[in-house]
Design a protein around this ligand. Structure first.
Ligand code: HEM
Ligand code: PLO
Length: 488
């Protein structure tokens, strides 16, 4: 007879009562690799218990798209966890906020503010190029010595998002910037890692090193956000909108004037602070991480670097700087960026989703409240979809003629998809393109002699970061002859 879809539960890992299938006790691998390995035994869709929470692990792009796109609204929830509740004052941000009218409103606001910036008087392109130029000058000074590019890349990226959020920027060695570097790393290292406290919230009452670090870092971040907020309140004017914080302040004021369209969406001071905190944090940590991965792969693959430089030399030359309108003419650079985002996804498990009602995935039923983890790592390393997935090969994103881009597989979602898709995708792509084009037009990146190549494994956390490494940025031959040198 007829069997309706979704009558069976997905295969499930055996679990002990109370501790659930606590993976850190059974595996040395980071979760995305562990979940990928479990496919061999349980198939590409399976469930497991984490404490009292049921987790559905998705390792295949058909299921991932059903969840994110086709049933996007049903799976648009977010779980509450101890660490993200601390970071976002119980989900008063966007990324870790559950599905609600408040979340929708904030998403729309930020989206609007980001779009406005593209067209604004000081366009985002000008800001990125200003930072790229300043970064290149610092790199020129450090000629031929081995440097960790991390701090300079972070400062460049931070200043872009600072301009966007706060209409401000940081000079080299700025004390506030140095403190931001520290607290943000502390947060990345400790938040949303499915650590024991997130599974057993009652563990909070015991001393816990990670939780102490997280609380300290959040408190430093909150002081910084509060300071920016107070400064903006003093200088705020209804007539000019300088940045995202102004846009949020305006919305908050208009809701206080009893504007019915915004009355119920919750625009407390906490919401404003946590929302800019999200954009600032996401804006800094994601793009910086991709730039670091790009450089790691470029020093591992000098032939790729040479090919990008040949493309830059022939399409742009050395008489002018790269600009956004060059994007269509530099397919190999664009393909390299795509390949970096594939091979080392910033967010290998996305952010967990939650089923807001009973539903199904493929032929399996899924109960309301199930936490859904999309294993982007599995999608991006699926051997059925990608030839030799661990090989770094930008060429896979080029068409047969090699002069245009293509997407060889649908198993590729670096920014997620659907209602929870990344809000910063367009901004991130502009930054990655411009920063890499500026750096490679002027420098060749090499390993310091005698140094081992950078580690490509990465440290798992809320973002998958590479370990620290040093490179030498050599000014390219005949660059001194370039008329662009006169501007420095
Ligand atoms: C969410 C990737 C840069 C803001 C996400 C998600 C991914 C992602 C995978 C989760 C989607 C999901 O849970 O289904 C990336 C990558 C970036 C990047 C690969 C850089 C290359 C940025 C930037 C911003 C940003 C620059 C800010 C301007 C956000 C926000 C969310 C998000 C606010 C939460 C959306 C929501 O939950 O509604 N991003 N992101 N991201 N991203 Fe990005
Ligand atoms: C990064 C550290 C910051 O201090 C706080 C912060 C805010 C938003 C987070 C971001 C961190 C990490 C990357 C996240 C982002 C929201 C969306 C983004 C999780 C924790 C991604 C890639 O999903």
């Amino acid at each position: 007879g007829f069997v309706p879809a979704g009558n069976r539960s997905p295969p499930s890992l055996p679990s002990l009562p109370i501790i659930g299938s606590l993976m850190s006790l059974v595996s040395d691998s980071p979760p995305h690799i562990f979940f990928q390995d479990l496919q061999k035994k349980y198939g590409d869709l399976y469930s497991l218990m984490m404490g009292s929470h049921k987790l559905l692990i998705v390792n295949n792009h058909h299921h991932a798209k059903e969840i994110l796109i086709k049933k996007g609204k049903i799976f648009a929830g977010r779980p509450r966890t101890v660490t993200t509740d601390l970071l976002t004052r119980d989900g008063k941000d966007i990324a870790f906020a559950d599905y609600s009218s408040t979340w929708k409103f904030h998403r729309k606001m930020v989206h609007g503010a980001l779009c406005m910036f593209g067209e604004g008087s000081v366009s985002i392109e000008k800001i990125i190029c200003r930072e790229a130029s300043s970064m290149c000058e610092v790199l020129t000074e450090s000629q031929n010595s081995a440097v960790d590019l991390g701090p300079e890349l972070t400062r460049a990226v931070t200043n872009v998002v600072c301009a966007l959020c706060f209409n401000s920027s940081y000079k080299r060695g700025d004390a506030e910037f140095e403190s931001m570097l520290q607290y943000s790393q502390g947060i990345v290292d400790t938040v949303a890692k499915d650590s024991l406290v997130d599974i057993f919230p009652w563990l909070q009452i015991f001393p816990n090193k990670d939780l102490r670090i997280l609380r300290q870092c959040i408190s430093i971040r909150d002081k910084l956000l509060q300071k920016k907020y107070e400064e903006h309140k003093v200088t705020y004017s209804d007539n000019v909108q300088r940045d995202l914080l102004d846009a949020l302040l305006r919305a908050k004021r208009s809701s206080e004037n009893n504007n019915s369209s915004t009355r119920d969406v919750g625009l407390t001071e906490d919401h404003v602070l946590m929302t800019v905190g999200d954009i600032f944090g996401a804006g800094v940590e994601t793009t910086t991480t991709v730039l670091k991965w790009s450089i790691a792969y470029l020093v591992h693959n000098p032939q790729v670097q040479r090919k990008i430089q040949e493309e830059l030399d022939s399409k742009i030359g050395k008489e002018r700087h790269p600009q956004l309108s060059d994007r269509g003419n530099l397919p190999y650079l664009e393909a390299t960026i795509r390949e970096v985002l594939r091979i080392r996804p910033v967010s290998p498990l996305l952010i967990p989703h939650v089923a807001l009602q009973d539903s199904s995935v493929g032929e399996y039923t899924v109960q309301k409240g199930t936490r859904v983890v999309i294993n982007l790592w599995s999608l991006h390393h699926d051997e059925k979809e990608w030839k030799n997935p661990e090989l770094f090969d930008p060429g896979r994103f080029l068409n047969e003629e090699g002069d245009g881009l293509c997407c060889p597989s649908g198993s590729y979602l670096p920014f997620g998809a659907g209602v929870r898709v990344c809000l910063g995708e367009a901004l991130a792509k502009m930054e990655l393109f411009l920063f890499l084009a500026w750096i490679l037009q002027r420098f060749t990146l090499e390993m310091p002699t005698g140094q081992p190549l950078p580690d490509l494994q990465g440290k798992f956390g809320v973002v998958l970061q590479p370990k620290k490494f040093k490179v030498v940025a050599k000014v390219r031959a005949d660059w001194e002859k370039s008329p662009l040198m006169q501007h420095c």
